[in-house]
Design a protein around this ligand. Structure first.
Ligand SMILES: C[S@@+](CC[C@H](N)C(=O)[O-])C[C@H]1O[C@@H](n2cnc3c(N)ncnc32)[C@H](O)[C@@H]1O
Length: 289
């Protein structure tokens, strides 16, 4: 048996040993630094996700990994890998499609009617691997085809470098794009030539007005975001935060929204009872007062 096999056998012996004490240390850290709730019922999930890092680093226990992560070196070297494994990045093209319909039928015509030469600015906060960004980009590019003077820019931010890398590549498995209407697929996606690896890549026009940045929504202020936006999507991100954190994040995001700008949240999220400068327009759609 080679060394790696022996090693992985040994690891399997203590696979179940993410102790409550170590779990609490990780859970408190994830909550205080990133706002993400990690209740005790998620201990087995966290254990499974961290095991990948432990194997990769050839460490011997969760305790050893914890000491490394919390060390000065770990906070520099490991923190982004840790974030990649603890965040939930589920996303899709045309997820919650009524938001894109609303963008097309209401937000864009309203903007175009009053705009000078300013581009329309939209931000996806918690953009994950880019499906939301490219759905925005298809919607805005389509609008531009009908309104050639219309200009726009799209910003995507996330805390996970892993998903930001995927968003930058813009390459997706074929089955992920099933939901996109055929006519739009033909216009905006390129099929890979490889028979074994069936993927599509977004065409350059979907990326030309797009920028991506790392941003932790828990930061005291979003000082590396200097613009004000016409619309902000923060969908299926707030759900991981507690109520007080949600309210604080929404207030910080709203300070980057123009008066009259639109704010979109996910369908399982709510702003009811929060002290935020947004008025309710439709379920999950708000406007800056
Ligand atoms: C479930 S995905 C949602 C993606 C997309 N908005 C959608 O609705 O399909 C949530 C994203 O929020 C990001 N996230 C979680 N906590 C964050 C934080 N503190 N700051 C910034 N992004 C965060 C995760 O990395 C993940 O990519």
């Amino acid at each position: 048996m080679d060394r790696d096999k022996i090693y992985s056998k040994e690891l399997d012996c203590f696979k179940a040993e993410l102790s409550s004490k170590d779990f609490d240390a990780f859970s408190n850290f994830i909550y205080s630094e990133f706002g993400i709730k990690m209740p005790a019922v998620k201990r087995i999930m966290l254990q499974g996700r961290l095991l990948k890092r432990i194997r990769h680093l050839k460490m011997k226990s969760y305790g050893e990994y914890k000491d490394y992560l919390f060390s000065k070196e770990g906070q520099k070297e490991e923190i982004f890998n840790f974030l990649n494994v603890v965040t939930t990045n589920k996303t899709d093209f045309y997820r919650e499609p009524i938001h894109f319909d609303f963008l097309k039928s209401k937000v864009l015509p309203e903007f175009n009617a009053k705009a000078g030469h300013e581009p329309f600015k939209i931000w996806s906060a918690g953009c994950s691997s880019g499906e939301e960004l490219y759905t925005m980009s298809i919607t805005l590019n389509e609008y531009k085809r009908e309104n050639p003077t219309f200009k726009f820019s799209i910003l995507g931010t996330d805390i996970s470098q892993n998903v930001l890398g995927k968003a930058a590549k813009g390459v997706y498995p074929m089955n992920k794009v099933d939901i996109i209407p055929l006519e739009l697929k033909k216009k905006y996606l390129l099929k890979s030539k490889s028979k074994e690896n069936q993927t599509v890549k977004v065409r350059p026009e979907l990326q030309s007005s797009l920028s991506l940045k790392y941003l932790n929504l828990m930061d005291a202020s979003y000082s590396n975001i200097t613009e004000k936006f016409d619309a902000i999507f923060c969908r299926n991100v707030l759900i991981y935060f507690d109520r007080a954190t949600q309210e604080s994040v929404i207030n910080k995001l709203s300070s980057h929204l123009k008066t009259g700008g639109y704010f979109f949240i996910g369908h399982s999220e709510s702003l009811t009872g929060m002290d935020v400068p947004l008025e309710h327009i439709k379920p999950t759609i708000f406007r800056k007062k």
